[in-house]
Design a protein around this ligand. Sequence first.
Ligand code: FES
Length: 110
Amino acid sequence: MQTFLVTLETPDGPHSIECRDGEFVWNAAARAGIQLPAICHQGRCLTCACQILEGELDQSASASYFPEDLEAGYALICTGRPRSNLVLRTHQQWAMRAYRKTRRLPAPYS
Ligand code: FES
């Protein structure tokens, strides 16, 4: 089974995990013992938002993910699957909500 190397730049420092092909990044992190923020697990609330520093994700399972989000380099890892090895900055929910508001897009809990 193909796996991807995902480096998570967290407030506690970097963590490198393996994510299986087709696995959501948030789930792979949890499997590795890294608890990241999340509420809806549907790609809607933005609580799990990350900034993409390197790589590409498949966000087709997300309930609410816009082309503008990709343009700005945001990922919703509760419903994001790697398409390549990744480097992600975690804990970006407030930055993503602020960005969404500037684009008049939904920003739940803001
Ligand atoms: S946990 Fe709600 S968008 Fe990811």
